[in-house]
Ligand binder design. Sequence first.
Ligand SMILES: [Zn+2]
Length: 252
Amino acid sequence: MIRAVPAFEDNYIWIIGCDTEAADEVVVVDPGDSAPVLEDLSQRGLKLAAILITHHHRDHIGGIAELTQQAPRPEGQAKIPVYGPSNRAIAGITVPVRAGDVVEIGRLNCRLSVIEVPGHTLDHIAYFGFCASSQPVLFCGDTLFAAGCGRLFEGTAQQMWESLQKLAALPPDTAVYCTHEYTQSNLKFATHCKPLNTDMRARRAHVEQLRSEHCMTLPSSIEMELLTNPFLQCADAEEFSVMRKQKDNFRG
Ligand SMILES: [Zn+2]
């Protein structure tokens, strides 16, 4: 019920659907580009009920204007609401949200709470909850990646470490939907940092197999990240800071 539409080089735009009475309605997360989303909606005869934004980077928001103007809307819905961070002015956001707010898209049976996760950017938020399923889901943009994490563009190492700790504390079976297909290169770095970690090595072999077949490596899970993400295993912000700098300069 959650699908990826690829965009640009390595972005995924997540499309949340459901099998309730609103089976032809979807929510789109971080549409950096409108064209692939409009094409997907048109091919499948879907209507866009809402847009969720995690942070202000162009490859996450670039499609907002065209989608809100051109995407088909559910019957009786005058506008497509665009949820996003409240602490920065981002063009196109109509429902600013902050920590603890709950985004409910009723007909889709979607209920997501907002977690503030500064670090990659200062406005970055994540959405955690349930979308017509018993398994919890997390949309975390460029904060937590599979076996990695986002670069520090605006926040401090302390902020990012705390943000990652918040996500690490979510239920282990949470499905993790991040924005980029970086898993393979992240695991090169992870196995370089921790060469004896058998979980990281096993995941790296599996992910290399998937990528050789051009398959997606997402979603991940919190459980898998706790086992194989070296950034979640940092004991404190200082250790995290050192590792993040190593990764910035790593040429695998
Ligand atoms: Zn970003």
